[in-house]
Design a protein around this ligand. Structure first.
Ligand code: ZN
Ligand code: ZN
Length: 307
């Protein structure tokens, strides 16, 4: 398999629940020479470092919505990408594209970190031009980025009546397409913009029936897509590969969360096509076919073999 120059890597497949295995929601899209992040949840910079990708090398930070699990890594990407060293210091402004609210978020982060910026500028002489932000907001479906053959289209999704705005993204490059659902309930717009996608990355949420009697669980599940519903989305869009991310799997002290096998089995009730359950650092090479690469941790230097 030759590596494609169109690649999607799941940096964080988790939720607000702190987890060492599934970091906060964040997806890296590489197309040609450009690198994009979609959201930046907890630990995004750690995942970039694992891939040996400079934090300062991100061309555009896209945002889907303003739940903190999707944005808590934004100040880390923005501020750490300004530093020297193997972070690969950013030379221009931190570019952000998101639905209405992106400007407020970044303006408030600039206020929150004003002292750090002042100190590092005075002490380490880091240029202010590279900690500046360049934020573009949108409020409807349409093309939000079009450069060097890469087109990014934002489309509104339905994450609940109050959780607005919330948008998914379709990345088009070299005649191929990767579509990210963002957080959403079953939504016709995902099907519309997901049509003809090589890769469709979709969120999923599930709880056992025993927990569905609890109002908070019901409410949260109601903001997301069940495996059966996601299967219906996949069946109607027919991607070359469907992948799950943002796995909301409810458990309690007495009720175990649904397993990955159960999520797949429920999806299979409505969809028979290619499906993979995402893991952190899982990569998808988008070429003639979509190839999945699981992360293999590099072996530790100096590791001693057992006698
Ligand atoms: Zn979320
Ligand atoms: Zn959300």
């Amino acid at each position: 398999m030759s590596a494609s120059d169109f690649r999607v890597t799941l940096l964080g497949t988790g939720t607000p629940i702190p987890s060492a295995e599934r970091f906060g929601p964040c997806t890296l899209v590489e197309a040609g020479a450009q690198k994009f992040l979609v959201d930046a949840g907890r630990g995004a910079t750690i995942r970039l470092a694992q891939l040996k990708i400079s934090i300062g090398a991100i061309d555009v930070q896209f945002l889907t919505h303003y739940h903190s699990d999707h944005t808590s890594g934004v100040p880390d990407v923005w501020l750490t990408g300004w530093l020297t060293g193997h972070f690969g210091r950013r030379t221009g402004p931190y570019r952000v594209i998101g639905p209405t609210g992106a400007k407020r978020l970044m303006e408030n982060l600039e206020r929150a970190y004003a002292d750090d910026i002042k100190i590092r500028h005075a002490d380490e002489k880091f240029p202010l031009a590279a900690i500046a932000t360049d934020v573009r907001e949108f409020d409807r479906d349409g093309v939000v980025h079009d450069k060097d053959g890469v087109k990014v289209i934002a489309f509104e999704v339905d994450h609940g009546d109050v959780i607005k705005p919330c948008y998914g993204y379709r990345f088009e490059y070299g005649g191929r397409a990767a579509v990210l659902s963002s957080d959403t309930r079953y939504n016709e717009n995902v099907i519309r913009y997901g049509k003809g996608a090589d890769l469709l990355v979709h969120e999923v949420a599930s709880a056992r029936p025993a927990l569905m009697g609890e109002a908070p669980v019901r409410r949260i599940i109601g903001h997301h897509t069940t495996p059966r519903e996601a299967g219906r989305v996949f069946a109607q869009t027919q991607p070359k590969l469907a992948a799950y991310t943002h796995l909301v799997l409810f458990g309690s002290e007495h009720v175990a969360p649904p397993t990955i096998d159960e999520i797949v089995a429920e999806t299979r009730e409505t969809y028979r096509g290619p499906l993979v359950v995402g893991e952190d650092l899982m990569a998808f090479e988008i070429a003639e076919a979509v190839t999945v690469r699981r992360w293999q941790a590099p072996s530790l230097p100096g590791k001693v073999e057992a006698a």
